[in-house]
Design a protein. Structure first.
Length: 404
């Protein structure tokens, strides 16, 4: 196995690194815990955009896709013993099913996907893959990639190189005074074969310093408490430093120089989310209005159908009446309409004749009244003979002509 690029690029985020951030409401959260991880499940290298990415080992290309929510352009290579994921690429130079050898160019680096700056994410696992290890089966590949980076344990009588002692946090220049690392007290001695190597000897028991000062039990308990408090404060400060260093490293890996940069980015996403929520609310209201319109339309259609059915029943009844009438008059139903039309014409003629007779009657009545008025005028001006009176009574009264 080899590094997936030529040359040397610094590691911007190590395997297992924890990242804690605060949202817009100033609530701290574990970034990787949201994906069910105990920390960063790979190694990030600060590769500039355009760096050729190489296959870290031989295998078959299992995946070569784009993941908008995480990896961006990424490639997954597997063989019978191990597998790797290389992500945030600018372009992919292989396809699913390709067989690649260690060192083959498979893509070009960039910062696609969930990335705030150009870098390469390299996740590595071995088979059988233990997905329950807190990192979805991924593991730290640095000890495999470079065994010299493994931190060896402190063992009595073992020889160590200067680089090993540096990685162990031991002051390799001090060869006379005892040192304590991880609760183990020891001292170093020169190796007799040239002084390049050092080795750990048996732990040295330090003889307590006896003073003439005598403490009471209360004073001793007070000093003991002060010591414990000092140790607790030291541990707290150490934990705070580790936490600060972890967050600072994570910020630097993501390309953020200030905490406000992260807050602003989160706020931008929250504003976008609010916009999406408003659009969704508007769409839901439009859907509700449309559903109401459809319901009203369905009601109108139902009413129209019911009226149509009612008219159909009435039409059936009319047809039944026509059949009955046609049977009584002895003709076909089709002729009933002709008969009804004749009856209508006769009715119209009768109405016209009645109207004409009524008008003539009114006119005759008006003429008779005029004549009667004229006669009354004559009668009032002169004496009228009994014969004339009789004639008037006959014309306008109740007298009848008798034959003599």
């Amino acid at each position: 196995m080899r590094k997936p690029f030529e040359g040397n690029f610094p590691i911007s985020q190590t395997f297992g690194n924890k990242l804690f951030l605060k949202n817009a409401k100033d609530i701290e959260y574990d970034v990787y815990a949201q994906w069910g991880l105990n920390g960063h499940n790979g190694i990030d290298y600060a590769c500039p955009s355009g760096t050729p990415i190489l296959a870290p080992h031989h295998g078959t290309v299992i995946e070569a896709n784009f993941d908008s929510g995480g990896y961006g352009n990424y490639i997954k290579i597997e063989n019978d013993n191990e597998g790797s994921v290389l992500a945030h690429l600018d372009s992919i130079r292989v396809q699913i099913g390709f067989e690649v050898k260690e060192g083959d160019i498979i893509g070009i680096s960039d910062n696609t996907g969930a990335s705030t700056g150009p870098h390469l994410h390299w996740g590595y696992f071995q088979k059988p893959r233990n997905r329950q290890n807190g990192f979805d089966g991924y593991m730290d590949q640095l000890p495999i990639l470079n065994p010299a980076m493994v931190i060896p344990p402190i063992e009595d009588g073992r020889e160590y190189t200067t680089d090993e002692l540096k990685r162990m946090g031991i002051n390799h220049n001090e060869v006379t005074q005892p040192q304590t690392v991880n609760g183990i007290t020891f001292k170093l001695e020169d190796n007799k074969h040239g002084g390049r190597f050092l080795h750990v000897v048996k732990p040295v028991v330090l003889t307590p310093v006896v003073t003439s000062k005598m403490y009471t039990e209360g004073e001793y308990l007070t000093l003991q408490k002060e010591r414990d408090d000092a140790l607790a404060m030291l541990k707290t400060e150490h934990d705070n430093y580790i936490e600060f260093h972890t967050k600072y490293s994570a910020f630097a890996a993501l390309g953020y120089n200030e905490a406000t940069d992260v807050t602003n980015t989160i706020r931008e996403y929250e504003i976008k989310l609010d916009g999406v929520k408003k659009q969704l609310t508007t769409q839901l209201k439009q859907n509700a209005d449309l559903a109401l319109i459809i319901a009203n339309k369905n009601t109108e259609d139902t009413t129209a159908i019911e009226e149509g059915i009612k008219l159909g029943h009435e039409l059936t009844e009319v047809k039944d009446h026509l059949k009955k009438i046609s049977k009584e008059v002895g003709t076909n139903p089709e002729n009933i309409f002709d008969i009804l039309q004749h009856i209508k014409n006769i009715k119209t003629m009768a109405v016209k004749a009645f109207t004409k007779g009524r008008e003539e009657y009114k006119k005759g009545l008006v003429d008779a009244n005029k004549q009667k008025e004229q006669v009354n005028n004559i009668n009032s001006k002169s004496s009228i003979s009994s014969g004339v009176e009789w004639l008037v009574d006959f014309l306008f009264g109740t007298k009848e002509v008798k034959n003599t």
